[in-house]
Design a protein. Structure first.
Length: 143
């Protein structure tokens, strides 16, 4: 396995892994359009765990942000692994790659938000085991 950035021509390869986290993404074409036409121009990037056969089994969607509250950070929007590839170190490898990318980009922190609930316990365990801590509440209101 290799962890590397996935360019615009490779966005479709991330669809399966991303859909494991975001099941409302029904169509690969719509996912590719949204990422490549809407999100990449806003600084969104993808990194993936690429297996020896070329398949992407885990993916991280992230961006580098400048924030008054934190300074320059690498924010992970999405971190997802195909169910069949879980518990093989892919999430940990992606977090390590993102931390290294944050250092390369001059960031002072690596951040992400994670929903709460029993189905997220494994993800939270991973975050804690890789040195992340709960640092704030995230508030939201549906409109």
């Amino acid at each position: 396995m290799t962890v590397r950035e996935l360019g615009p021509g490779e966005t479709a390869s991330a669809f399966g892994a991303m859909r494991a986290l975001r099941p409302r993404l029904a169509e690969e074409g719509e996912f590719v359009r949204r990422v490549d036409e809407l999100q990449r121009p806003q600084g969104y990037r993808l990194a993936g765990v690429v297996e020896d056969d070329g398949a992407v089994s885990a993916v991280a969607g992230f961006r580098v942000l400048e924030m008054l509250a934190y300074g320059r950070i690498l924010y992970i929007d999405d971190l997802s692994t195909l169910p069949a590839a879980r518990r093989r170190g892919h999430g940990r490898a992606l977090l390590r790659w993102c931390a290294d990318e944050a250092v390369r980009a001059g960031c002072v922190a690596l951040q992400l938000d994670s929903n709460v609930g029993p189905e997220r316990q494994e993800a939270h365990r991973l975050y804690f085991n890789t040195g992340m801590r709960i640092s704030s509440y995230h508030f939201a209101r549906e409109l």
